[in-house]
Design a protein around this ligand. Structure first.
Ligand code: ADP
Length: 498
């Protein structure tokens, strides 16, 4: 039995006026082709509304609007005014928090309780954090050896027109990750949301319009990857592209971006190890490992999808995790009692179901879950696979669903072996370590090949702390001061004072 919450009147009003338009040059416009596509509610498989479909001609139009802003009104805005606009946007988001959370849930499927507790407040915080950076950018005066009367200094200048392409797992939060740093540093943006989840970014565009950014500074378009996305990555006058998504598409992005040697930053997939040592505090490690894989239905690039548990505690840890996972309430995100929702799309449902089948065929044992649910919507239950070995497909490929591959390890004193196994992957986004031994925690954290290591926690994120991947999980770091480097270029100025 599911009891859905009443829709916020602002969500009802927003959904009533379809098809949703593109936000270009400060206005909401139809796509030039007039084409639209449907966005689907993953809890039912039914259409929510329609959205205009952008392609190359719309991207051209957005580039022109962005260039005009960059050389015009945006150039006149002082850093402190820029910061105030970002802060104003965060305030507006706070006023509209419930509407944003509900839209995120309707479009993506995630439990509304999670959208309220994580996606929306983290996105708001993110804008506030980067609002602060607007006034803190500076270069250096450099003491050189080229001559006594040579003054040299650097300026950190914006890149100009920046393209940003985001996926469907955290549509609003990833829009914030992309926009915050780019705008604080004075760039102009063309952001493409994912075709599966266009709604919260369009709603955000309405707030951006109200926050007072000059027209053309932020352009938000909806459309498909090979058309609208590729038009961004191929565009000769877009100078940088920031992408979050699959490693496979990340490689395409780099190839396309090579046309005009765009600067590229990529935040890609993962197959993150989560290692539980026998001296862990299990009251934290067990819920942490569960949340590490089942949060957002496992559709998290840093999900702890390979669980290494020391063999002394393996049976107990798995038994506890299994009894908890089997009891998780799965249902539509708009039901406040749902702890886990549907996957985002029928395509994702097929993909993850295929991995469940593969796991069973390759000889793993599903302690709970293991086959998709037979009901409307795209529901795959939380699944814990035991009897997994390092070579199985489910231990190697990113599943991007609520599926964990559990494997024992047995070298407590000699931790080298579990580290070698944890690092034996082309990915390197994140890793988890559970131990109460401080020395071991640091040693393992240093040895893991990952952009983030969580010790006695998992999925912790903050606007001030950098996030990004080693190896094929990407390059560049979003968040924190590190993100400023992605959106600025350094100019050295020489002044001969003789
Ligand atoms: P996922 O596998 O998580 O669905 P993708 O990596 O396929 O994610 O997609 C992430 C984003 O990249 C989406 O906005 C999608 O439209 C876009 N995209 C997909 N293919 C391309 C492409 N060839 N060029 C540019 N963008 C693309």
């Amino acid at each position: 039995e599911t009891v859905k919450i009443a829709l916020d009147p602002r969500v009802e009003a927003f959904l009533a006026k379809g098809p949703k338009k593109l936000f270009i040059g400060g206005e909401f416009v139809e796509s030039l082709s007039g084409k639209t596509f449907e966005t689907i509610d993953p809890s039912s498989g039914e259409m929510i509304t329609t959205v205009y479909e952008a392609d190359a001609a719309d991207v051209d139009r957005a580039v022109e609007a962005a260039e005009r802003a960059f050389h015009g009104d945006w150039a006149k805005v002082s850093p402190s005014e820029r910061g105030r606009m970002l802060w104003k946007l965060a305030d507006l988001m706070e006023e509209h928090a419930e509407a944003l959370a509900q839209l995120e849930t309707i479009d993506n499927g995630k439990p509304v309780t999670h959208a309220r507790a994580a996606d929306v407040p983290l996105a708001i915080d993110h804008f506030r954090y980067f609002a602060g950076w607007s006034t803190k950018l500076s270069g250096e005066v450099i003491n050189n050896s080229a001559g006594r009367n040579m003054l040299t200094y650097t300026r950190h200048e914006p890149i100009g027109v920046v393209g940003q392409i985001i996926p469907w797992n955290f549509p609003l939060l990833l829009a914030a990750w992309k926009l915050g740093a780019a705008l604080a540093t004075g760039n102009v943006v063309i952001l493409k949301s994912a075709e599966q989840t266009p709604l919260s970014a369009i709603y955000l565009a309405e707030l951006i319009q109200q926050a007072g950014f000059p027209e053309g500074v932020v352009n938000i378009i909806t459309g498909y990857g090979p058309t609208a996305g590729a038009a961004i990555t191929n565009h000769p006058r877009i100078r940088k592209v920031a992408f979050t998504g699959s490693t496979e598409v990340g490689k395409l992005i780099m190839q396309q971006a090579a046309g005009n040697l765009k600067k590229v930053s990529l935040e890609l997939g993962g197959k993150s190890p989560n290692i539980i040592f026998p001296d862990a505090d299990f009251s934290k490690a067990i819920p942490g490992a569960l949340m590490g894989i089942f949060f957002n239905q496992g559709q998290v690039c840093c999900a702890g999808s390979r669980l290494f548990v020391h063999k002394k505690v393996y049976d107990n840890v798995l038994a506890d995790m299994t009894s908890f996972a089997a009891k998780m309430k799965q249902g539509p995100g708009l039901d406040e009692s749902s702890e886990i929702g549907p996957l985002v799309s029928s395509e994702q449902f097929e993909r993850v179901s295929g991995y469940l089948q593969k796991g069973n065929e390759e000889g793993a044992t599903a302690l709970t879950g293991g086959s998709p649910l037979d009901r409307a919507g795209y529901f795959v239950p939380p699944t814990i696979f035991a009897d997994v070995n390092d070579r199985m497909t489910i231990a190697r490929e990113e599943i991007f669903g609520p599926v964990v591959a559990a494997m024992p390890f047995d070298d407590e004193a000699q931790i080298a072996d579990v580290i070698r196994r944890a690092n034996d992957t082309e990915y390197g986004l994140a890793a988890g370590v559970w131990t109460t031994d401080l020395r071991k925690a640091h040693r393992v954290a240093h040895a893991l090949e990952a952009g983030t290591v969580w010790v006695n926690c998992y999925n912790a994120l903050d606007a001030a702390v950098p996030f990004g991947g080693y190896k094929q999980s990407g390059y560049g770091r979003e968040m924190g001061s590190y993100a400023l480097d992605l959106y600025t270029q350094v100019k050295a100025v020489w002044i001969n004072l003789d």
